[in-house]
Write a protein of this length. Structure first.
Length: 176
């Protein structure tokens, strides 16, 4: 039989180990919590910045700032969100040219404009310098759909994209 003092010592040692384990878990959780708070803070700042930029762009558009005949003002060039975390594809209007689109969208429209007929996303991907992987094809398909929504391209047959009948490049003078 085990003596009472030995049993108490064994239980005390087990309790001490459990406290140490829980302390280690608490330290790990505190580190994870701090990282999660940092991520949350970054996301909040990003969301606020995006909202501010979009509000400024909307206000500028409402004030009648247009890019006419492919000549952007210096302010238009510096405030365009190309590659800065916000991809802005403006709805097509008569006065807009392909040059106002972010680079990848411009490349896509130019490939579609140069094609003899309707093209699919999988045909566009290698022509814009991307590897023909499923992810890149699907990402390009999403961009093509966005260009259709905004009036730059048409999709008469599912997955087959052409220049919008009323859109850019129909006379080819506006596509470069």
């Amino acid at each position: 039989m085990v003596s009472l003092p030995e049993e108490l010592q064994a239980r005390e040692a087990a309790a001490r180990r459990r406290v140490e384990e829980l302390q280690a878990e608490a330290t790990e959780l505190a580190l994870r919590l701090e990282k999660a708070r940092e991520d949350l803070s970054r996301l909040e700042i990003t969301r606020e910045t995006v909202a501010q930029v979009l509000a400024e762009l909307s206000a500028a558009e409402a004030a009648g700032r247009d890019v006419v005949a492919g000549k952007a003002t210096e302010q238009d060039k510096t405030s365009a969100p190309h590659g800065s975390g916000v991809t802005m594809v403006p709805p097509w209007r008569e006065s807009l040219v392909v040059a106002v689109l972010p680079d990848v969208y411009r490349d896509i429209v130019e490939v579609v404009a140069d094609a003899p007929g309707p093209v699919q996303a999988k045909q566009i991907v290698p022509r814009i310098g991307l590897p023909a992987t499923t992810g890149k094809i699907e990402g390009t398909r999403g961009k093509l759909k966005r260009l259709v929504e905004r009036g730059w391209l048409d999709e008469d047959t599912p997955g087959q994209f052409t220049l919008a009948r009323r859109g850019p490049g129909r006379d080819r003078s506006n596509s470069r």
